[in-house]
Design a binder for this molecule. Sequence first.
Ligand code: URP
Ligand code: ZN
Length: 463
Amino acid sequence: MTADLVIANATAVLPEGPARADIVVKGEQIVDVVGPGNGRGTEIIDAAGKIVLPGGVDPHVHMLISFMGQRSVYDFESGGIAALCGGTTMVVDFALQRRGRGLIEGLRHRRKQADPVVTLDYGLHQIVTDVNESSLGELRQLREEGVSTLKVYTVYESEQLKLEDGAFYALMQGAAKEELLICLHAENAGIIERARAEAVRAGHTEPKYHALTRPPITEVEAVSRALLFAEDTGCPLHILHLVAQKGVDLIERARRAGQRVTAETCTHYLALTDEAYERENAQYYVMSPPLRSAENQAALWDGLKRGVLSAVTSDEVSYSAAAKSLGIASFADIANGCPGIQARLPVLYTLGVAEGRLSLERFTQVFSTWPARIFGVGDRKGQIRKGYDADLVVIDPEGERVMDASCHYGDIGYTPYEGMKLCGWPVLTVYRGRVVVRDGRFLGEAGQGRFLHRGATDMPELE
Ligand code: URP
Ligand code: ZN
């Protein structure tokens, strides 16, 4: 057998730890991992001095999203290219159930948008906004169609997304039966809505009031409530974009008690603090939950280091600088979210590995291996291992570049990480055995991506 491609002589982050190795690829799969210089194949790429990681898995992205009156710059083609340029080879996006409509209808609609143009492997979480006999009856079919995760919002009634507690609890009962993982946007709507209305009435409309009207208790209460429901129903639970330190404590306690729960934090919460709300373009930092204190941020790094938090996601939302600035008159009108799919790797590598907060192994786990397992593709993604998909990213641990808006593919016009000096930039991305990005240039084509049928969650153990 002649292999097609060998990534040679790099430090590869293997399941047993980093080691110099050659990674041998045939077709779409890794067929061998051998000692440096021993790989044979048609094309040999010498990656000496570089690090090879399993392709990133980002299980929390919003491509082609319309929200709070704005539309994202990225669709499934351009957002996928940005992801691949940033070393991420698989994402999980969202299908939306509109109230009064079916789950499967929402899934089909989203697949129609994505399938013809998507540029990387993707899965879909099903957002559930209407829990009734009919939608509960669709859960099994959803599983059969490859969707093993649901998303629930406890806020955003203005966007017709919020689930009341009764519906949330009933959905958990149904999800537990079908072994579906519930992913939760956890914030307490009542406290937030009252505080927002009061702030706006008092003329407190600057972006910093976005954070002040969403204090940590709003997150902590919603996490705590969800943990109780999940324990009672036996439903596996994943907490999205966790920021509040006390939320991390709750996750740790629940996991140590044997509950099936995981949590992620996001790149922006690790890189930025609420000091950003004092900056000139503070509207760029309006996302939910909001940025919190430096002390709180230290707890997130500690949670990652100790494996309490299992993933770092981007929560990618690519509103342009102009779109973010439209709501400048009041924080309540600024569309929530920030871009980060492409920045996730260099930001996490620099702040995590280069600055000594995370080992290279832990970084790889939260960037790729654990999200692959939690979101049902751990048998083929997230590891450099014989038989796994040949999704690889080669990064340069040395070369530094200062981040600016031009570091994002496409025309977003800003980056939340402006001015940060970063290393660990990807120099080569291999997707299903093909080099699709080399030195920042996309070499693939629209439609090369595939929808992935995902299985049940396989949560990593807490050491
Ligand atoms: O601010 C955020 N996170 N925007 C994306 C929508 C969501 O899920 O909250
Ligand atoms: Zn959210």
